[in-house]
Design a protein around this ligand. Sequence first.
Ligand SMILES: *[C@@H]1O[C@H](CO)[C@@H](O)[C@H](O)[C@H]1NC(C)=O
Ligand SMILES: *[C@@H]1O[C@H](CO)[C@@H](O)[C@H](O)[C@H]1NC(C)=O
Length: 301
Amino acid sequence: MKFQHYAVLAIAALSCSNTQFGVVNAQTPTAAPSATASGSATSDRTGESSVVVFGRGVSALGDFSNVNGGDDNIADGDYAVIAGGKLNFADRTFSTISGGEDNFIAGRKFDPSALPPTECTISGGNSNFIVSTGEDSVITGGIGNSVCFGRDNRDTNCSGCTISGGQGITCDAIEAVRTGGVGVGNFNRVSSGDRSVATGGRDNGSGGKNAVIVGGKNNIADGTLSIALGTQVQANTESSMVINLNPDGKKSLKSKKAGQFIANAESYSFQIGQNNDDLSIQITEDNIQNLIDALENAAAS
Ligand SMILES: *[C@@H]1O[C@H](CO)[C@@H](O)[C@H](O)[C@H]1NC(C)=O
Ligand SMILES: *[C@@H]1O[C@H](CO)[C@@H](O)[C@H](O)[C@H]1NC(C)=O
């Protein structure tokens, strides 16, 4: 063992694994290294050039991996890091879990047929999951969020997904973003729009490429480049924008043609400058008929 290249301070019973340069640091004698949950009686708590610092039931079996304490944390991926928390599992190359509980970055050992996945991060939260083909994805907190979970992991490419907070949110697309909000029902909902964004709300997902859902509830943006705002919106056609501020709880407001803009509200106000009623116009149910009549008369004449 050559320690001169490694700054290691052993506080209690220092033990070394039988692999090259693996270090288990600062264990109390009763928590000294032993075979771990990896299932192999001959395996130790560290891989090559890996470090385990404190912790209980923790192991850094990936080469060059690092577990900084916590409880039952396992860094099986090469270059994986777990910085604490409990029951976290980082089985992907270059994966990082910064804490939280029950978070999984699962790769080859979890699904041996999966492609080697890399460079994922979960920064806390509870029961968050990044599987197989969610390369380069990030989940920052939240509960029960997942990248590519419940999809056919070998076929669906979910690389570069971001989920921030929220609950039960799925990101099943390339370079898509889901921030906050709550997922609907189960993990299988299709939200396959590559490079789409859904922020907050309780929505059914964005299946359109480069589409956007801005908060709200029960909104769908399935059209490519579509935008959905409000509630019960279905922006299903390409480049459509649908705004519904007037929910009836039963019917959805749908786009029917590409490039369509639909807005539904109780009333519309257009105003120039603030606090200047002289320069404002309000369209309501009462006066809209006048406008329709005027347009019809103009068309007829
Ligand atoms: C997934 O998609 C990304 C972005 O298009 C691409 O760079 C990457 O190679 C793809 N991965 C696989 C396994 O096809
Ligand atoms: C959204 O999904 C839920 C659950 O599948 C369903 O009950 C609801 O009708 C959907 N809403 C829309 C607008 O499709």
